[in-house]
Design a protein around this ligand. Structure first.
Ligand code: HPA
Length: 271
C-alpha cells in the first residue's frame, strides 16, 4: 500500500516546487472555500491514479494545491463517504496520500445535524472529540508500523492548540463557535427521532456521515487534526414538524461558508 500512496503523491506533486504543509477536507456545501485558494494546480479526482471518484451531488471532486492564508495547502473539494459503497481503505486513501504529500496538519469540515439543545442551525461547532459509530474501524487489517502504531492512543485526537487558536480568531471576528462531540455513522439515512435522542444520551452534540474515518487515519500517522461541523439541521425531537433535505444541508452550509473561510484562513496564517 505504501508504494501506492507514494506513487499517487508523486503524481500530485509533479511540476510543483513545494510540498503542502496543511491538508483541508471541504465538506458538504463548503466546497466554495476551495475557490478562495490561490491555486497552483487543480486535479480532478478521476485523473488521479488510484483515487476514488465522488458520486454525491454537491461534492465537486477536485484536489487543489495552492496558497491560502499564506500557507501552502492541499484541499479536497469533495470527499468519499462510506455510504457511497467505498471500502474504508478507499474512504481514507486521500488522507494517506496527503501524508506522503508532506502535510503536518489536517483541517476537516463537514455538515452535521445538531442534538445539543443549545445549538442553532448555522452554528459552527469545533469538534473536541468523536464517537466512531461506523460498523468498522479504518485501521482494521494488518498494521504497517511505517504509518503508525497498532493501537493508537485516542485521548488527544483533536489538537488543543488548534482549538484554542480557532476560538481566539472567532472571538476577534465576533463569530460564535460551539464546541462538542461529533458522532460519525454510515448514513445515508438521516437519523430517526429515537436515534438523535440515543446519540444525545451517548454524549454526542452533532452527527454526520464522515470525518471519523479520515481523522482516525490522520491521527494514526501523527497528523495534527482540527475538525469543524456546520450545524445544518437540528434533531427532530426539538423540531417535530421539520424534515431535513439534502438541499437544506447544502444551503445552510453554503451560507456559513464565508465565516468558515475566514476562520480557516486566519488559522492557517497563525501557524
Ligand atoms: N445526520 C447525519 N448527517 C447529517 C445530518 C444529520 O442530521 N445533517 C447533515 N449531515
Amino acid at each position: 500500500m505504501i508504494e501506492k500512496f507514494k506513487k499517487t503523491a508523486d503524481f500530485i506533486l509533479e511540476g510543483l516546487n513545494y510540498k503542502p504543509e496543511i491538508g483541508i477536507v471541504l465538506g458538504s456545501g463548503l466546497g466554495g472555500l476551495g475557490d478562495r485558494i490561490e491555486a497552483d494546480k487543480v486535479i480532478r479526482y478521476e485523473d488521479i491514479p488510484d483515487f476514488p471518484v465522488s458520486t454525491v451531488e454537491g461534492h465537486q471532486g477536485k484536489l487543489i494545491l495552492g496558497t491560502l492564508g499564506g500557507k501552502k495547502i492541499v484541499a479536497m473539494q469533495g470527499r468519499f463517504h462510506y455510504y457511497e459503497g467505498y471500502s474504508m481503505d478507499m474512504v481514507t486513501f486521500p488522507i494517506r496520500v496527503m501524508k506522503f504529500l508532506g502535510i503536518e496538519y489536517l483541517f476537516v469540515s463537514n455538515a452535521a445535524g445538531g442534538m445539543n439543545p443549545e445549538f442553532n442551525v448555522g452554528d459552527i461547532m469545533l469538534i473536541k472529540d468523536h464517537i466512531n459509530h461506523f460498523p468498522i474501524n479504518p485501521l482494521i487489517g494488518k498494521n504497517n508500523p511505517e504509518l503508525g502504531s497498532r493501537f493508537p492512543d485516542m485521548s488527544k485526537v483533536y489538537n488543543k492548540e488548534l482549538i484554542t487558536k480557532a476560538k481566539e480568531i472567532a472571538k476577534k471576528h465576533n463569530i460564535s463557535l460551539q464546541e462538542g462531540v461529533y458522532i460519525g455513522s454510515t448514513g445515508p439515512t438521516l437519523e430517526t427521532p429515537a436515534e438523535y435522542k440515543m446519540f444525545r444520551i451517548w454524549g454526542a452534540d452533532a452527527t454526520g456521515m464522515s470525518t471519523v474515518p479520515e481523522v482516525i487515519v490522520a491521527h494514526h500517522m501523527g497528523i495534527k487534526c482540527l475538525g469543524m461541523s456546520v450545524i445544518t439541521n437540528i434533531d427532530k425531537p426539538a423540531h417535530p414538524d421539520g424534515e431535513t433535505t439534502h438541499d437544506e444541508v447544502q444551503n445552510v452550509a453554503g451560507d456559513v461558508e464565508p465565516k468558515m473561510t475566514l476562520l480557516i484562513k486566519e488559522l492557517l496564517s497563525s501557524l
